[in-house]
Write a protein that binds this ligand. Structure first.
Ligand code: ZN
Length: 340
């Protein structure tokens, strides 16, 4: 009950990549880079275990960015043709590769990562891959020229990958769909359909993560335009409640999301963001506990998983470690109360 987990990413060690940077360039190359990534995964697993996190991840130490790590292994995506486009409804600019031909998965992007992480922890293991809508939104497309079709093609590739990863002993496979908070109408018309294609026949527990993003300036500015209450989830949660996705990861800490919206996810496991990733201030265990208690009014304890709001990759390692400890300690406080 109240098992803790994180959304996915942790900061990378400074010997592996530049700290506090999204899309940070690697500081190693060749064999040294491969070795460095694996060492960083060991550290990430150990830090979660030491902090008391129940369902751990590889900290996404092996990928430069949560979307492009998957695309590097897909034929039809040309990284030599990078262009700068506005993504997430033009909220910010990103340099993205271009789809220039039919998509085909050349090889597994992450099987070796999952096998390595699985071999090095006895805890439950979660792994994250980008969802189809978010991938389609983080690319230039000169081939399909139709976002829905592009996303459904990616859903097919994700499904191949997901089945392979689940078979390696994953407990949870999470699809990251921050784009679900941006294109609300598309979620209804084809977003859920794309998710279903992505998870079809996948043998482990499936999750989707939907958030308001990292604490970068473009996101802070965007959130300022969303009003006193953030009700984006109100449209998507009823659709997810009827979907075949088992778990939904969302943000609650320091957020203007009205928590009564969690009741719309009845029947699902809810990964409640009880740690804010947009601030360097480390929450106290009592603050984490307070967020969990508020969510418990709408989610039964056996379905509530205290979690982070989003990935922690832009934070310093010291801050991320503190937040992991606070998350585990806060959950432990509430677990004792509920067990009484
Ligand atoms: Zn997120």
């Amino acid at each position: 009950m109240l098992l803790t987990t994180i959304v996915g990413s942790l900061p990378k060690p400074s010997w592996l990549a530049a700290p506090r940077t999204l899309w940070a360039p690697w500081r190693l190359s060749g064999v040294a880079l491969e070795e460095g990534k694996r060492d960083a995964v060991l550290v990430a697993l150990r830090e979660q275990e030491t902090a008391g996190i129940d369902i751990v991840t590889d900290g996404e130490q092996s990928r430069q960015h949560f979307v492009h790590g998957f695309l590097e292994h897909v034929e039809g995506v040309d990284f030599a043709r990078r262009v700068t486009i506005g993504i997430r409804a033009d909220r910010y600019k990103a340099e993205v590769p271009t789809v220039t031909g039919p998509l085909r998965r050349l090889r597994s992007a992450h099987a070796a990562d999952v096998a390595f992480a699985r071999a090095h922890t006895t805890r439950k293991l979660k792994f994250t891959i980008p969802g189809p809508m978010t991938i389609a939104d983080t690319l230039a497309d000169e081939h399909y020229r139709d976002r829905r079709r592009l996303a459904l093609e990616f859903a097919r590739l994700i499904n191949e990958e997901a089945r392979e990863l689940a078979a390696l002993g994953l407990d949870v496979l999470q699809l990251d769909e921050p784009a679900f908070n941006v294109y609300l109408d598309d979620v209804a018309t084809w977003g859920i359909d794309a998710l279903h294609r992505a998870i079809e026949g996948v043998t482990c527990t499936t999750a989707v993560h939907i958030c308001y993003g990292y604490g970068i300036q473009a996101n802070i500015d965007w959130k300022a335009t969303l009003g006193g209450e953030w009700r984006q989830y109100e449209q998507t949660f009823p659709l997810l409640a009827r979907s075949r996705i088992a778990q939904v990861s969302l943000e609650c800490a320091n957020s203007r999301v009205p928590l009564e919206l969690l009741a719309l996810l009845e029947g699902k496991d809810v990964l409640v963001g009880a740690v804010d990733v947009a601030s360097d201030r480390i929450e106290s265990p009592d603050e984490v506990a307070a967020t969990i208690r508020r969510a418990l009014a709408f989610v039964p304890p056996e379905r509530l998983y205290p979690c982070t709001n989003c990935g922690m990759v832009p934070l310093t390692r010291e801050v991320a470690r503190g937040k992991l400890r606070a998350l585990a300690a806060g959950a432990a406080v509430v677990r004792r109360e509920v067990a009484r």
